[in-house]
Design a binder for this molecule. Structure first.
Ligand code: TXA
Ligand code: MG
Length: 323
């Protein structure tokens, strides 16, 4: 049962707002996006202002259909074609040579463009009706916790939006995996909803870009700034399950139920059975709840470093980083 509080008419109105250069937040299977007409530089500039996003951080362009890829890139390589057929619609972003329809501001001046086809009926209809590619970063303020519900979006960005489509909670729960295909070999820039293992099953070895160093002069390692996805409450990462809370108002974020619940002011368990798909779907919502619980600190226990656990650990590390 979907909890959609929207209808086709509302999606049509949102699409018209996008065509007029407005900002519309919409659901995708990963997280909510803050959308603007990707072919309209002025509309895209509003995204950077609304999010307080540095102009050096490029934005992903969303298509309704993989068949539209040639409208935003100059070259679809065999690997890009294979990945598109394997993972679209879905949580994979490919970095490809940028086509002339996409103004430089979208890609922070880079000669490339990040593209994906989201797997969500509302996103698909919205992009179809807007009849153009839609630029959309995650709909949070820069560096803050990503939004997986419409309430998360309005909590951070309400005054900047011309509209929001509420499609209920996002199914996947972390952002798309970003793969750079602009060089000689595929390179994974950001872990996300498609795992490294899944990618390698399709295209063979995929190198992982590590660290927070710039990929090139023009851009920082995209989506890879040290501090990101951050709650206001300090967050501490631990490698072993904590035996007891470190202080009186501590919250615990844990994959599975802890051995003891004594003394914790709040506990968020992501999956009773340790299922990483379920844990990923609830991850950002649990962080939002912990951050809203007026705690002195959040203690988070790392995930198994496999499959979606890699994407979750990556976000925890960045949420816990101090600068
Ligand atoms: O799942 C997602 O990808 C969500 C939904 C809304 O689609 N979007 C999202 O966007 O996570 P954002 O802006 O929060 O993160 C996009 C990341 C950025 O860190 C950006 O640097 C990288 O993708 N990216 C975008 N275009 C790029 C490009 N041309 N070259 C390298 N990296 C790029
Ligand atoms: Mg983001």
């Amino acid at each position: 049962m979907n909890d959609f509080r929207i209808n086709a008419e509302q999606i049509g109105a949102a699409a018209a707002t996008l065509r007029d250069g407005g900002l519309v937040a919409f659901p995708t299977e990963t997280v909510y996006g803050l959308g603007a007409d990707a072919t309209n530089a002025t509309a895209v500039a509003k995204i950077f202002d609304a999010k307080d996003r540095p102009r050096f951080d490029p934005i992903i362009v969303h298509l309704a259909d993989a068949g539209d890829l040639e409208t935003v890139t100059t070259h679809v390589s065999p690997v890009a074609d294979l990945l598109a057929r394997s993972f679209w619609p879905g949580p994979l972003t490919m970095v490809l040579p940028r086509g002339e329809t996409i103004p430089p501001i979208v890609s922070a001046g880079l000669p490339t463009v990040g593209v994906r086809v989201p797997d969500h009926p509302i996103a698909t209809q919205l992009i179809q009706l807007a009849d153009r590619p839609i630029a959309a970063p995650s709909a949070n303020r820069f560096g803050r916790i990503s939004p997986t519900t419409a309430a998360h979006v309005s909590g951070q960005l309400a005054e900047h939006l011309d509209g929001i489509l509420d499609g209920g909670p996002c199914r996947v729960g972390v952002e798309s995996t970003v793969v750079d295909l602009s060089g000689p070999r595929p390179r994974l820039l950001r872990h996300g909803g498609v795992t490294h293992e899944q990618l390698q099953e399709v295209v063979g070895p995929v190198e992982i870009h590590r660290g927070t160093q710039p990929v090139d002069q023009a851009a920082p390692a995209p989506g890879m700034l040290a501090r990101h996805y951050a709650p206001n409450t300090p967050i501490v990462l631990v490698t072993d399950p904590p035996a007891e809370p470190p202080g009186p108002r501590a919250g615990l974020l844990s994959l599975t139920p802890p051995g003891s619940t004594d003394g914790w002011a709040r506990i968020e368990v992501l999956s009773e059975t340790g299922d990483l798909v379920e844990a990923t779907a609830g991850f950002f919502a649990a962080l939002h709840r912990l951050d809203d619980a007026e705690l002195e600190q959040i203690v988070a226990y790392g995930f198994p470093e496999t499959g979606l656990g890699v994407a979750l650990n990556n976000r925890l590390e960045r949420a816990a980083a101090r600068a």
